[in-house]
Design a protein around this ligand. Structure first.
Ligand code: FAD
Length: 428
């Protein structure tokens, strides 16, 4: 560790990294230098990508330019990606050849999207669209417009190894709403293809009655589904699907035609951390203990989608656990407090609750759930649906973007609201 002020680097400026930068600075003030390193100087509000893909939002509405915001908060910002994390030397190699030293590193790089694992998957070299990144969502909007000129079947879902399912349901229902608005829904057979063992599993073995709520919603909207689905290959206009039984053997195969498709890919860790000894699991996800600290490299913390969390149970097709926004915020709260304690010469003892609050928007309604904790068995296991969810999601988007633009850590009214609802970020 250096003798002068400790330097904390936050790697990644997505939903987790940006708020972590604010929160850590707010917790530590002048006790540490905080630097955020991210590829590019823009923040994108990922949860609104599905709206960009049907032109309910412009990309500019969900984008925030970061340099001035960080400057105002006395946080250094470097808009260059990291090529490699080198924990043995406490250094980060940047893509422009520079090397940065840190005393503490907080990794918040989100996922690498594993389109290359399935032939024909993804918007780059494949035949399906994506809403994982705003660039993909913009491309999906163009493909959707073209599709609407000559409607045909739609396939939406999540492939084997995916660990994010809510946005797949959201997007299927948003498409249904938009197709009805464009008065062409009657010409579009829709199929939901998912690696989940049942509808509404969500990588969480369900929350409340998400199974009943989402099955009923799919039925009401005339969307057929295939669960326990493995996608071996996608060709132009055809998705090859293997339906797997409880024993893992293929029990049926389907060639599902499509004129437009959005499939969520598997996630893995980003190249900068992949294979780093002691830091990551074989899939490149950051290993963390209960205090969000890496067990080997004790001055490294992980938060957000890049963190390794074991699946909730065995499923015939691999299904990962989602890391949702509020759960990520609980990780940030624990890291900020633990960094303060470590810098003050104390032990890091704060544990995130990993509680999850999630709003899945359908354009004209939606499903909300609260899972406390996110991993079952739970103390609170609640799900509900209604038009209010769409309004709440719009409100949340506005609130979150305002928070990023103003460089705020957790505002007092958010703390108050969470206290009233009895939803905690920290166990201790
Ligand atoms: C389409 C979609 C919708 C979602 N909707 C919701 C929702 O409604 N509610 C909810 O709770 N959750 C939602 N989630 C889940 C989760 O909240 C988001 O995925 C969230 O963006 C994750 O935040 P993150 O910071 O972990 O990763 P990201 O937001 O992906 O941010 C990672 C950042 O790290 C940067 N980065 C990556 N590699 C490097 C590198 N080598 N060097 C420098 N920078 C790097 C990236 O450029 C990016 O800016 C959604 C996820 C998706 C994909």
């Amino acid at each position: 560790m250096s003798a002068e002020m400790p330097r904390i680097i936050v790697l990644g400026a997505g939903l987790g990294g940006v708020i972590a930068g604010f929160e850590i600075k707010s917790e530590l003030g002048s006790k540490a230098d905080v630097t955020v390193v991210s590829r590019g100087d823009k923040f994108h509000f990922v949860p609104s990508n599905p709206w960009v893909a049907v032109r309910w939002r412009d990309r500019s509405a969900i984008e925030v330019s970061l340099p001035k915001i960080f400057e105002k908060r006395h946080i250094e910002f470097i808009s260059v990606g990291a090529r490699k994390v080198r924990p043995a030397d406490n250094k980060l190699e940047l893509e422009d050849g520079r090397t940065l030293s840190y005393d503490y590193l907080v990794i918040a790089t989100g996922p690498d999207l594993a389109f290359d694992e399935i032939e024909g998957l993804g918007p780059l070299d494949g035949f399906t669209q994506s809403v994982c990144h705003v660039d993909h969502a913009v491309k999906a909007a163009e493909a959707f417009d073209k599709f609407c000129e000559k409607p045909g079947p739609i396939v939406v879902g999540a492939v084997q190894g995916a660990s994010c399912f809510g946005p797949a349901y959201e997007f299927a229902f948003i498409l249904d709403t938009e197709l009805r608005r464009r008065k062409i829904r009657d010409r579009v057979p829709m199929t939901f293809v998912t690696s989940e063992p049942y509808i509404g599993h969500l990588g969480l073995d369900g929350v409340g009655d998400t199974k009943g709520l989402l099955e009923s919603e799919l039925r009401n909207r005339h969307v057929k589904w295939i669960t326990n689905a493995r996608v071996p290959k996608i060709e132009s206009g055809v998705m090859h699907v293997e339906e797997v039984g409880e024993d893992g053997a293929v029990k049926a195969t389907h060639d599902v035609p499509f004129g437009f498709s959005m499939m969520l890919p598997g996630f893995r860790g980003v190249e900068a951390v992949m294979g780093v000894e002691g830091l990551v699991n074989p899939r490149g996800f950051i290993l963390v203990d209960k205090t969000q600290r890496n067990p080997t490299h004790r001055n490294i913390f992980g938060l957000g989608v890049c963190v390794a969390i074991p699946p909730v149970g065995k499923t015939p097709v691999p299904v990962g656990v989602p890391k949702t926004g509020f759960m990520i915020e609980t990780m940030i709260a624990a890291i900020a407090k633990n960094l303060k304690d470590l810098i003050d010469g104390k032990e890091a003892t704060h544990e995130a609750t990993w509680n999850a609050i999630c709003l899945a928007d359908f354009g004209d309604g939606g499903v909300a759930f609260v899972a406390q904790p996110q991993i079952p068995p739970r103390n609170v296991n609640w799900a509900s649906s209604g038009k209010w969810v769409h309004l709440a999601k719009v409100g949340f988007e506005k609130y979150f973007l305002k928070r990023v633009r103003s460089g705020q850590a957790t505002p007092y009214y958010e703390k108050l609201a969470l206290d009233v609802m009895g939803i905690a970020k920290l166990k201790s």
